[in-house]
Design a protein around this ligand. Structure first.
Ligand SMILES: [Fe+2]
Ligand SMILES: [Fe+2]
Length: 177
């Protein structure tokens, strides 16, 4: 398998969750009532799966290796855009969490921010994923030798293996504080 295989596979699960989040957002907007438990679950999916696990492999392994290559002007630009977009998604997610906390404290106005940030995220992810799938992942394979691609795939698996342990170690540490 090529190293972009697992990344594209993860894109499909992110798309499915984004569709679920979009539906829930419409219900919340309609009812003018925030489902805070659902938002916690959605944020955990975005932060742990879409960001730490998926963007993590892109940034810490794929983009790291590509940064050592001499890429075309277009591919260099797209990689920077993708990095910037990951930062944007983190900011939108942080603002969603802040608005949810505000709602819990009784600020009913914050539903507007909650719906807005979710709308931004559900519109953002499919566009970001399409850019990677259609404009980046296949052409950049040309910069990597067969051996480099095999090593990258192995590093991806090791990255995933560590992820679940890191997540629950952090859960325990958070409660210990
Ligand atoms: Fe990405
Ligand atoms: Fe991606």
């Amino acid at each position: 398998m090529k190293p972009i295989g697992p990344l594209m596979h993860e894109h499909r699960l992110i798309e499915r969750m984004i569709a679920v989040i979009a539906r829930k957002k419409d219900i919340m907007a309609n009812d003018r009532k925030v489902d805070t438990v659902f938002i916690d679950t959605a944020v955990d999916f975005i932060r742990t799966y879409a960001d730490k696990t998926h963007h993590g492999k892109e940034e810490d392994i794929l983009f790291r290796d590509l940064a050592k290559k001499t890429m075309s002007v277009d591919h260099t630009r797209i990689m920077q855009e993708l990095l910037d977009e990951h930062v944007f998604a983190r900011r939108m997610t942080a603002e969603l969490v802040a608005a949810k906390e505000s709602w819990i404290k009784g600020n009913t106005e914050s539903i507007t921010i909650i719906v807005d940030r979710i709308t931004t995220l559900v519109e953002f992810y499919p566009v970001h994923i399409l850019k990677e799938d259609k404009e980046f992942f296949f052409p950049i394979l040309d910069y990597l030798s067969r051996e480099e691609q095999d090593a990258m795939l192995a590093e991806f698996y090791e990255f995933d293996r560590r992820m679940i342990h890191d997540k629950y170690r952090l859960v325990v540490e958070a409660f210990e504080k």
